[in-house]
Design a protein around this ligand. Structure first.
Ligand SMILES: NC(=O)c1ccc[n+]([C@@H]2O[C@H](COP(=O)([O-])OP(=O)(O)OC[C@H]3O[C@@H](n4cnc5c(N)ncnc54)[C@H](O)[C@@H]3O)[C@@H](O)[C@H]2O)c1
Length: 366
């Protein structure tokens, strides 16, 4: 069987999770690992019987791998990604693809050879519930979108989590908080399902629940080009927390909460019913449909993205999450934070340079 020769750069929490899974994905051979700590790199290389590097540039120059998986802290995704693409490698980059929009643009611009596969680890796109909702929206089952609400407050994190790495939860080391670390998954899914908003207003609590610099609580109002509205609420300080997505269209609404997906289908679209009904207080009749969904673990979702990446390289399989789409979740995160800091709504597209300058202010005066 043909195999992709893969190197993993960054051997922290997620790098090691990926290595465990890659060993089980048939069409990938782990040929190298890279950590800045020599002993750490050597120990893991010994486990996977591959080469150890302490400098990713030397790894790229060695040409030992034809693909790399970047699992380092967010800021470095841009430089490592650009260097890897320039070295001719296929690249799978962890989310967020970069910390801010200007860096995303630089990274995406480096992908000049379309024969190189460039994917991002948006593993939640593989979940049955989101795939089902996407096919319903794209197939017109909800009709014109009217409203989306996402409460994603079950990203609870302890102080021990925030002190587990010096880069975490600082403007200089991470460049953001819950919007940039935990919520790239939901912000990516939001734009994947509903498209990009045209305006956002954000209200963020910086270090509200933890002794950290960055945001750990967010409420955002969203407006879409067709007039639909949305509210996005996230927190790492609340337990037990909620993960509830509700998308409402003229033909009904889908609600996903936990493992339950329900479609409440209007027998007549509400906009039509409103105009044609002669009764002042009537509502369209509704059919309640509970939809069976397959739930997979985070590890299995990530394995599916890795397998898809390998299949894209070997057989031209369509990518589940092209890296270029990763700019949208970063832009949303940046815009919500920028709006909160300036106490003004933000029209999208966001000015990348203005945001970068604002982030630099936060770095200078945390
Ligand atoms: N897809 C997911 O569900 C998921 C889950 C967790 C983390 N992540 C992402 O993965 C990335 C890493 O997160 P983590 O939790 O594993 O962090 P971590 O701190 O546990 O690990 C990062 C590792 O990268 C190493 N590193 C830093 N710069 C390097 C360089 N230039 N060369 C080689 N190694 C370098 C660090 O020494 C550290 O070991 C983040 O961007 C995060 O958002 C994604």
């Amino acid at each position: 069987m043909k195999q992709v020769k893969l190197a993993v750069i960054g051997l922290g929490y997620i790098g090691r999770c990926h290595l465990e899974k890659i060993a089980m994905v048939g069409n990938i051979e782990i040929v190298a690992v890279c950590s800045r700590r020599k002993q750490h790199a050597q120990e893991i290389a010994a486990k996977y019987n591959c080469r150890a590097f302490t400098d990713y540039r030397k790894l790229l120059a060695s040409k030992v791998s034809d693909a790399v998986l970047i699992a380092t802290p967010h800021y470095s995704h841009t430089a490592i990604g650009i260097d890897a693409l320039k070295a001719g490698c296929h690249v799978l980059v962890e989310k967020p693809i970069s910390v801010h929009k200007a860096d995303c643009q630089k990274l995406i611009a480096a992908h000049t050879n379309q024969n190189q596969v460039f994917a991002a680890m948006f593993n939640q796109r593989t979940l049955g519930a989101y795939k089902k909702i996407k096919s319903m929206i794209d197939g017109g089952e909800l009709g014109k979108l009217m409203r989306v609400n996402w409460i994603i407050t079950d990203w609870f994190r302890t102080d021990a989590y925030y002190s587990s790495g010096s880069w975490r939860a600082t403007w200089v080391g991470e460049g953001g908080g819950v919007l940039l670390n935990q919520c790239p998954h939901q912000l990516d899914l939001l734009q994947w399902l509903c498209g990009m908003p045209s305006k956002v207003a954000g209200f963020c609590g910086l270090g509200k629940h933890h002794d950290i610099e960055v945001e750990d609580e967010v409420t955002a109002y969203l407006e879409f080009p067709n007039g639909a509205t949305g509210v996005f609420i996230a927190s790492t300080g609340e337990a037990p927390g909620t993960n509830r997505l509700e998308i409402c269209g003229e033909k009904g609404k889908v609600v996903l909460e936990g493992e339950n997906l329900r479609f409440s289908r209007n027998e007549i679209p509400c906009s039509q019913f409103q105009k044609t009904s002669k009764e002042p207080m009537a509502k369209p009749r509704v059919s309640e449909i509970d939809i069976d969904i397959e739930v997979t673990s985070h590890e299995d979702q990530r394995a599916e993205i890795i397998k898809n990446f390998a299949n894209a390289i070997l057989n031209g399989e369509k990518l589940i999450a092209p890296a270029a789409e990763g700019i949208n979740s970063v832009e949303l995160a940046n815009a919500i934070l920028y709006s909160s800091l300036t106490q003004k709504p933000v029209q999208l597209p966001l000015n990348a340079q203005t945001y970068e300058a604002k982030l630099q202010e936060l770095i200078n005066n945390p």
